[in-house]
Design a protein around this ligand. Structure first.
Ligand SMILES: Nc1ncnc2c1ncn2[C@@H]1O[C@H](COP(=O)(O)OP(=O)(O)OP(=O)(O)O)[C@@H](O)[C@H]1O
Length: 283
């Protein structure tokens, strides 16, 4: 079998129950080498649970999780990094690296390099760090050793813009090196360039079509005198296309006022605002 078709993880009929509530019900999924997969879904649908199971941090109540390539390196960025750590970031990362079998020489180079990339100062204990800086430690510990499979649970929430961009570059680098990336996030077009396959979780089931509860009224805002690059960072924009000098922006209805005022703020003009009834899969 070709390298690209190498299966890294296989989930067979996974079921996870918390206090009699079936959170994941009969989930099967294969994750292949060098794929980038997003798991999306509403709050509490079990995205984090599924990622923890794949990361091997929790066990399912039934079903199997198989890693056909025996010794894969898994990096896991939790949604919330544990706060009560009395080490500084570099002390902690050094400790984690040593447990993972990384040599002192490599760690002494790699830790300062990654701290610098993410502009993370090393002058405070982890328990005193802000949410964004904690998130950076969570990301760095997961990529300290180049992972075969990198699992990220809402990685951009709380990150400053520089760190978001750095994360995006790091993910692209890892992807070029052959890594598999599995991630979850909320309403954002930040990962559009990276994600190849999207799965949706609803009612304990995984599907490739967007669940009806996830379908929200959308607006298509057509703007003029505005470049596509200007909206690149706008989290509210689900999809942007340039056509005949016009910029077409798809946004959820609830965010349309925000986007309209951002356009006007940049001295763009509004050509028209249309209602888009449903999103079927992708816009
Ligand atoms: N350790 C746990 N013990 C008990 N219940 C849990 C545990 N972890 C998760 N749950 C419950 O399982 C359900 C799914 O939680 P999970 O965090 O996986 O959802 P999610 O899709 O990641 O949500 P969000 O988008 O809000 O982060 C929720 O009802 C949650 O309360």
């Amino acid at each position: 079998m070709g390298d690209l078709l190498k299966r890294l993880v296989k989930l067979e009929n996974i079921r996870k129950i918390y206090s009699k509530r079936v959170v994941l019900n009969n989930i099967s999924l294969s994750v292949y080498k060098n794929q980038t997969i997003a798991i999306l879904g509403g709050n509490g649908t079990g995205k984090s649970t599924l990622l923890r199971l794949i990361a091997g941090i929790e066990r399912p109540n039934s079903g199997n999780i198989v890693y056909p390539t025996k010794s894969i390196q898994i990096g896991y960025v939790p949604e919330r990094f544990p706060i009560m750590i009395r080490f500084t970031p570099s002390e902690y990362l050094y400790y984690i690296g040593r447990i993972g079998g990384v040599s002192k020489v490599i760690l002494e180079k790699r830790i300062p390099y990654l701290l610098k990339r993410f502009q993370l100062k090393d002058n405070q204990r982890i328990q005193k760090l802000s949410k964004g800086n904690l998130q950076k430690v969570g990301i760095i510990q997961a990529i300290l050793q180049t992972p075969d499979l990198l699992i990220l649970d809402e990685p951009i929430s709380g990150l400053d813009q520089h760190a978001q961009q750095e994360l995006s570059i790091v993910l692209k680098e890892l992807k070029e090196q052959g890594a598999t990336i599995l991630l979850t996030y909320h309403e954002s077009n930040f990962f559009n360039d990276l994600v190849e396959e999207t799965y949706y979780l609803e009612g304990g089931q995984l599907s490739t079509t967007i669940p009806t509860t996830e379908i929200e009224p959308m607006k298509l805002i057509i703007a003029k005198q505005l470049n596509q690059s200007a909206v690149k960072e706008w989290g509210e924009v689900i999809h942007a296309i340039t056509e005949d000098n016009k910029l077409l922006l798809y946004v959820f209805e609830k965010n349309s006022d925000t986007v309209l005022s951002k356009i006007l703020h940049l001295q763009g003009t509004i050509d028209s605002v249309l209602t888009v009834d449903t999103i079927k899969g992708k816009v």
